[in-house]
Write a protein that binds this ligand. Structure first.
Ligand code: ADP
Ligand code: MN
Length: 285
């Protein structure tokens, strides 16, 4: 079943149970059955049926805790809560097909209430990269992936909001819920698989967007700028995407971002720009 199909199978009672498990997961790695039933006051048969359905849809996982079964929300479970909330907030009317499955996110087409195409990005802090993120952000050992995943969505949404308010070329953020960010759909291709007819202009525009972030969004630095995170829209405009790992006031990171981009344009289009001059321009010195 697709994510959209699974979400549509989740009825009001299923949703209530799923949300309760999510909330209790901040106290329990696996929420014991007895805790769930006490919290919800459902009859045993009814709850068991719902839990089985959520488990079969892979929205929760389970494990034996002491003498009973414990439940934990999965990434797909979080996605489902996000879909329902974006719907309630009138951001997302219908989820479409998947665009891309990355290491750190799944990106889907969606349709808003005017039937316009939008994009919904569901963050996933993978278990493989968990250690690195912990190292980079200095996060305590015990802190878990649900929190980190939601935090990534919040971070991406806040960056896109500031950037959009300052007229940077980024997808306009439309809403955020749990691990999901809904945003404008940019029709085009990634820079790495585009042959530009006007590479100088495009590079200038990328640099001026990096400058907007730094100057108007509190020294915001993307942190993973590359030919993979720039979309070239059909009209030729470059859009910088994929912002959850941003940092503020980090000149080494700014240097690395620009090195990546300048290297790419140098290698593919034989354009040479002095990095120190570019950095001075971005810092406004
Ligand atoms: P990640 O690399 O962490 O998986 P990205 O934000 O880079 O996440 O998105 C992955 C892919 O999804 C992009 O390379 C792009 O093809 C597509 N995508 C993401 N956001 C949009 C958007 N707003 N419009 C169109 N396509 C998008
Ligand atoms: Mn990316």
């Amino acid at each position: 079943l697709t994510l959209a199909e699974r979400a549509s199978l989740v009825g009001p009672l299923d949703y209530k149970v799923l949300k309760t498990i999510y909330e209790l997961n901040s106290n329990y790695e696996y929420v014991p059955y007895s805790v769930i039933i006490n919290k919800l006051g459902l009859v045993e048969r009814e709850l068991k049926e719902v839990l089985l359905k959520l488990y079969n849809l892979k929205l929760v996982s389970k494990e034996k805790v002491l003498k009973e079964t414990g439940y934990r929300i999965t990434f797909a479970g979080l996605d489902t809560l996000a879909i329902k909330k974006l719907y309630a907030n009138k951001v997302l009317n219908k989820l479409g097909i998947i665009i891309g499955e990355g290491k750190e996110s799944n990106v889907y087409f969606g349709y808003d209430f005017s039937d316009e195409t939008i994009v919904v990005k569901f963050h996933r802090v993978g278990r493989t990269s968990y250690k690195n993120i912990r190292k980079i952000r200095g996060i305590k050992y015990k802190e878990d992936w649900i929190k980190l995943t939601i935090e990534n969505a919040e971070r991406e949404f806040s960056a896109l909001s500031c950037l959009t308010n300052n007229y940077a070329n980024v997808p306009k953020p439309l809403g955020q819920a749990y691990n999901a960010v809904a945003m404008e759909y940019i029709q085009g291709n990634e820079l790495y698989r585009t042959n530009l007819s006007n590479p100088e202009e495009v590079l200038e525009e990328i640099i001026s967007n990096v400058r907007i972030a730094f100057q108007y969004c509190g020294k915001l630095v993307h942190g993973d700028l590359s030919e993979y995170n720039i979309l070239i829209r059909e009209d030729g405009k470059p859009y910088i995407i994929d912002w959850p790992q941003w940092k503020k006031d980090d000149e080494d990171l700014l240097f690395r971002d620009l090195t990546n981009i300048l290297y790419y344009f140098n290698k593919k289009y034989e354009i040479y720009k002095d990095i120190d001059q570019v950095i001075n321009y971005i810092k406004g010195e």
